[in-house]
Design a protein around this ligand. Structure first.
Ligand code: ZN
Length: 253
């Protein structure tokens, strides 16, 4: 047997990380952040495709079983979106910490776990009702077969505390505040959620920042605050088509 047993004191010591080690970890974490950003974009694209599939199915009078499955998938995407966001925020916080300190990593893991648990504990209305794309998609789904009927609350767990997330089927948002016609190629403001026809708003914002043209809205907007709202575009197209079909049926009798 060997007589030179290593000093247990020494064995339990964790070697200090060198400046170079922490720098390498920082670089890895930074590329992880970029990776997470592209994962989030991937999820966003999947959501768009899945929402379109759900609406197409509803429009074609699809089977109940299939639409229930698609709804599960859509909620699954909403969860993934949230987890990617939680992870991204955690990694960003970790990057700001002192990576040479052992407790930095421990705190990171604890906080990440906590954030995930907090999300899991949330009610459906809190998980999904806070997502604009989800509310938009459910509203459209409702409108396909219940045009102009008020929409019931989206979630069974909805108590009246969450008044702001209960939405009703409404065509108020379908017209451009600038042209007063139905929106064409709608662009939506990320700041106030108001929408405008693309060509008209381009002209309106030609010289830069301006007040949102919706009466009573206090936000000022630039082109950079707007995004092309394909979901809203589909909604308006669908609304106008169904309205036209209704008019045609009425004329026939
Ligand atoms: Zn506005």
């Amino acid at each position: 047997m060997s007589s030179d047993i290593e000093d247990p004191e020494e064995m339990s010591q964790i070697p200090e990380m060198s400046q170079m080690d922490t720098q390498a970890i920082k670089t890895d974490l930074q590329s992880l952040l970029l990776e997470l950003e592209s994962i989030k974009n991937g999820i966003k694209h999947s959501i768009e495709s899945s929402v379109v599939a759900s609406l197409d199915l509803e429009e074609s009078g699809g089977q109940k079983k299939q639409s229930v499955d698609l709804e599960k998938i859509n909620r699954g995407f909403a969860d993934q979106e949230e987890y990617a966001e939680i992870l991204k925020n955690s990694v960003a916080t970790l990057l700001r910490g002192d990576l040479a300190e052992e407790k930095t990593m421990k705190t990171y893991i604890a906080k990440l776990k906590k954030a995930e648990q907090n999300y899991e504990k949330k009610k459906d209305s809190q998980k999904y009702g806070s997502k604009n794309w989800y509310k938009d998609y459910r509203t459209q789904l409702w409108e396909i077969s219940h045009m102009e009927e008020p929409m019931p609350p989206l979630f069974e767990d909805d108590d009246n505390e969450n008044d702001d997330i209960i939405i009703s089927s409404s065509t108020v948002g379908f017209k451009c505040p600038l042209s007063t016609n139905y929106l064409e190629n709608p662009m939506t403001s990320k700041l106030c959620n108001h929408s405008y026809s693309k060509a008209v708003v381009l002209e309106y914002l030609k010289k830069g920042r301006k007040q949102c043209p919706v009466t009573g809205c206090l936000h000022s907007i630039t082109m950079g605050d707007l995004y092309e709202n394909k979901i809203l575009e589909g909604r308006i197209r669908r609304y106008l088509r169904i309205r036209r079909e209704k008019e045609l049926t009425q004329q026939r009798y």
